[in-house]
Design a protein around this ligand. Structure first.
Ligand SMILES: [Cu+2]
Length: 168
């Protein structure tokens, strides 16, 4: 009889241990839940490169993107701005047009920042295509060091649609 009682106590202890075990697992799951939500706020900030976009603080210079019977061109094709200004590309006619900087020629010390400043890129330093008149694409030159930044329109590069932004 006494032996039986001990066995019963032992099995109760095992049940208790199991219960505690599953409770611990539940706690683990609860503790793990906030962990995936921690990287979520980090997502909008830096991309793969780790640099965050720097908003413009100066003026905005407008460059039109044109394709007509005179050819394909940026107008004006060559502009001079200050670091912190923004350049707004406006689709006028003859698209699709885009704005693409050649990673090989962009000043190395500002390449990653310029890439971070470009929204909705299709590839490194390349804007999306603009198809419709009045579509706009603004590039912030916040945090961009002085230098010459050559750009072109990928579909019309062969037709000479290119230009340069000189940052003073
Ligand atoms: Cu074009």
């Amino acid at each position: 009889m006494r032996l039986h009682a001990l066995t019963l106590l032992a099995s109760l202890a095992i049940v208790g241990a199991c219960g505690g075990g599953s409770e611990a697992k539940k706690n683990d799951t609860t503790a793990a839940t906030p962990t995936p939500s921690t990287p979520a706020p980090a997502t909008p900030a830096p991309a793969a490169g780790g640099l965050a976009k720097i908003a413009p603080t100066g003026q905005t210079v407008t460059i039109k993107m044109i394709g007509d019977d005179k050819g394909y061109r940026f107008d004006p094709a060559n502009v001079t701005i200050k670091s912190g200004d923004a350049v707004k590309f406006v689709m006028v006619s003859g698209g699709p047009h885009n704005v693409s900087f050649d990673p090989a020629t962009v000043p190395a010390d500002s390449k990653a920042q310029l890439d971070a400043n470009m929204d909705q890129k299709t590839s490194e330093l390349s804007s999306p295509m603009m198809m419709n008149p009045n579509e706009e694409y603004v590039i912030s030159f916040g945090g961009i060091k002085p230098g010459k930044y050559d750009f072109h329109c990928t579909p019309h590069l062969a037709m000479g649609m290119k230009g340069s932004i000189t940052v003073q």
